[in-house]
Design a protein around this ligand. Structure first.
Ligand code: NAD
Ligand code: UDP
Length: 312
């Protein structure tokens, strides 16, 4: 029997890779997006293929699919800090109402529900690396609170729909993921640095660049979600690459791999910018048999190649 996925935020960076992944495995895919931060361009090559449907819809409003989905992927939300800071109320609403609407679809059709949660629910962490049992350190009223608290609400809603209605749920906590189809104007560190390096513009490192992140290549992340769907794990699972880098070393690596002459320019550190971030992926390793395979060097090279193809 052909399975059917409904993917909210399907025209975004990760959503478009998810659409492709399930289509390649013979699934039908309904991609729903309001194009707030994503773009029709990300899925243009899929439009017109037999198992793919693209629907423009704002998931803050209820949605009634014409066909029963087997799995609902809830990926709709601004994800880049500049995007959620520019759309604070939308971010709160899509994390809250958008998640509830997607959970309602899963409940009505008896579908599996998969939440794209985030390492941001750990805030500026006092525990390092972060295991799923760590409850986080978020400033509720800080500027990043609109994203962090919306995702925390989304996790609480997902757990409640399981307890109250028996919905079959999955929660993947995504750590910084990158790859082709990140928009050059997305605003996150990797797309900013690659775009700046290719243009010969200064590389904007915020603060002194000693803050750390752990970067996962998109193919690894999507494989992690595929394994999560096929598992019967209902509690949160960290999905990310445990190799940790300072932002300054990331900037230097991108300058080197692009062969750019760009200089590094230090800019003010945004408020509440987490000092460190690295996933403890023990649960993903033991429950899903998953760990990332793509090194930062390989992943950057593939992403740089894609950015170059945009201007070619
Ligand atoms: P993205 O901005 O490229 O994708 C988000 C998509 O959601 C966009 O296509 C956007 O138009 C859509 N969207 C936003 N509001 C919507 C609404 N109201 N109705 C319908 N669609 C809406 O970002 P991404 O990196 O692909 O992130 C996808 C999901 O993964 C997000 O939920 C994000 O919070 C989560 N996530 C991503 C990362 C990462 O490193 N990429 C890390 C943690 C969590
Ligand atoms: N950053 C930076 N320069 C940029 C964009 C981001 O130095 O042009 C920093 C940012 O302050 C943070 C890290 O890089 O410390 C990762 O930022 P990103 O926006 O990619 O994601 P975050 O992990 O903060 O959600």
């Amino acid at each position: 029997m052909t399975r059917r996925a409904l993917i909210t935020g399907g025209a975004g960076f990760l959503g478009s890779h998810l659409c492709e992944y399930w289509l390649q495995r013979g699934w039908q895919v309904e991609c729903l997006d309001n194009f707030l931060t994503g773009s029709r361009r990300n899925v243009e090559h899929l439009v017109g293929t037999p198992n793919f449907t693209l629907v423009q819809h704002n998931i803050i409003e209820p949605y009634f699919p014409a066909e029963k989905p087997d799995v609902v992927f809830s990926f709709a939300s601004p994800a880049s800090p500049p995007a959620y800071l520019a759309n604070p109320i939308h971010t709160l609403k899509v994390g809250a109402l958008g998640t509830i609407n997607a959970l309602g679809i899963a409940k009505r059709f008896g579908a599996t529900f998969v939440l794209a949660s985030t390492s941001e629910i750990y805030g500026d962490p006092e525990v390092h690396p972060q295991p799923e049992s760590y409850r986080g350190s978020v400033s509720t009223i800080g500027p990043r609170g609109v994203y962090d608290e919306a995702k925390r609400f989304a996790e609480a809603s997902t757990a409640a729909y399981r307890r109250a209605h028996g919905v079959d749920v999955r929660i993947g906590r995504i750590f910084n993921t990158y790859g082709p189809r990140l928009a050059p104007a997305d605003g996150r560190a990797i797309p900013n640095f690659i775009a700046q390096a290719l243009e010969g513009d200064p590389i904007t490192v915020y603060g002194d660049g000693s803050q750390s992140r752990s970067f996962c290549y998109v193919d690894d992340l999507i494989e992690g979600f595929a394994r999560l769907v096929e598992s019967d794990e209902h509690d949160p699972v960290n999905l990310g690459n445990p190799d940790e880098y300072t932002i300054l070393s990331l900037a230097e690596a991108i300058v080197e791999r692009t062969g750019s002459n760009s200089a590094i320019e230090f800019k003010p550190l945004p408020i509440d910018d987490p000092r460190v971030r690295r996933p403890d992926i023990t649960r993903a390793r033991t429950i899903l048999g998953w760990e990332p395979k793509v090194t930062l060097e390989d992943g950057l090279d593939r992403t740089i190649e894609w950015f170059r193809s945009l201007v070619a």
